[in-house]
Design a protein around this ligand. Structure first.
Ligand code: NAP
Length: 273
């Protein structure tokens, strides 16, 4: 059983949502933290709370992971402060919801830059030290969206398919090296993911970020190759593409997403940070 006590975990996207819950749960389990996101005030506040409540170390590095220089800047700061990361939790992510041709293209592009390019840069830059030392862990947060094409979340689901395949291939490449890699695939989780749009999640099947964080960390501690930290229904949903033709699954997802109004999503305000 992996123990988090006395280790150092870097959590990306720690300023809110599931990332904040990961940070809190890791602190509760005794891990020191490096908190990364763009919103420094939110990170500073979380770090202060974590230090006061759990007595662990919590440092903040503000960075835009969509910017090619963002991950390199994080590593420069880690090196400058002589911090060794034992566990990298690549959680930062975002996605566009709505018809691909009706929504701002910038959001789709940014989801590729954060969910794919940023995640890959962080993995390469921080994982290299782990491989050299022969110890460490990487958790990449995917989604149940990874398991099938998703009309009205087309680019987002495709970025998560990348995370799924990239993570599983890497886990196999590193098997037996002392560096463990796990994908975590939450289902709908009650966060600000759809903030500033009219899109809402189906409250009947939505999990809390706290439950998702605790389950992910339990699964990693148990040595699981993949984590499905949402309710069982979410896991079962990810099996559908194995048994049904992909065209049928894609049409079914379109029906579900239209029933949630994702085909006519509108913005409600400027993206907040
Ligand atoms: N909520 C769900 O239903 C759900 C389901 C499955 C998987 N997921 C995945 O879980 C992860 C967390 O999502 P969430 O629901 O917690 O979303 P959220 O509440 O919107 O939080 C997203 C986090 O990512 C950070 N982030 C976004 N763009 C960034 C950038 N360019 N550079 C650095 N950090 C950036 C945000 O911080 P700043 O804005 O401060 O930079 C924030 O801390 C994502 O990978 C998401 O795809 C979510």
């Amino acid at each position: 059983m992996h123990s988090y006590r006395g280790t150092t975990t870097l959590v990306t996207g720690a300023s809110k949502g599931i990332g904040r819950a990961y940070a809190r749960e890791l602190a509760r389990r005794g891990s020191d933290l490096v908190l990364v996101a763009r919103s420094r005030p939110a990170l500073d506040q979380l770090a202060a709370e974590i230090r006061a409540e759990h007595g662990v170390g919590a440092r903040v590095i503000a960075a835009d992971l969509a910017d090619p220089s963002g991950p390199a800047g994080v590593v420069d700061e880690l090196n400058g402060q002589r911090i060794t990361v034992d566990l990298l939790l690549n959680n930062a992510g975002m996605g566009s919801v709505g018809p691909f041709f009706d929504r701002p293209f910038e959001q789709s592009l940014q989801s590729v830059e954060v969910n794919i390019t940023g995640l890959m840069r962080m993995t390469r830059l921080i994982g290299a030290g782990m491989v050299e030392r022969g110890s460490g862990g990487i958790i990449n947060v995917g989604s149940t969206a990874a398991f099938q094409p998703m009309p009205y979340q087309a680019s987002y689901a495709a970025t998560k398919a990348f995370v799924l395949y990239f993570t599983e291939a890497l886990a196999e490449e590193l098997r037996g090296t002392g560096v463990r890699v796990m994908g975590a695939h939450p289902g709908a989780t009650d966060t600000g993911f759809f903030d500033n749009t009219t899109a809402v999640m189906d409250a009947r099947v939505t999990d809390t970020p706290e439950a998702v964080a605790a389950k992910t960390l339990d699964d990693f501690a148990r040595g699981r190759a993949a984590s499905y930290p949402g309710r069982r229904l979410q896991r079962v949903g990810s099996w559908a593409p194995r048994f049904l033709p992909r065209t049928a699954v894609t049409r079914l997802v379109a029906v579900i997403n239209r029933s949630l109004g994702y085909h006519e999503v509108q913005d409600t305000g400027a993206p907040a940070r």
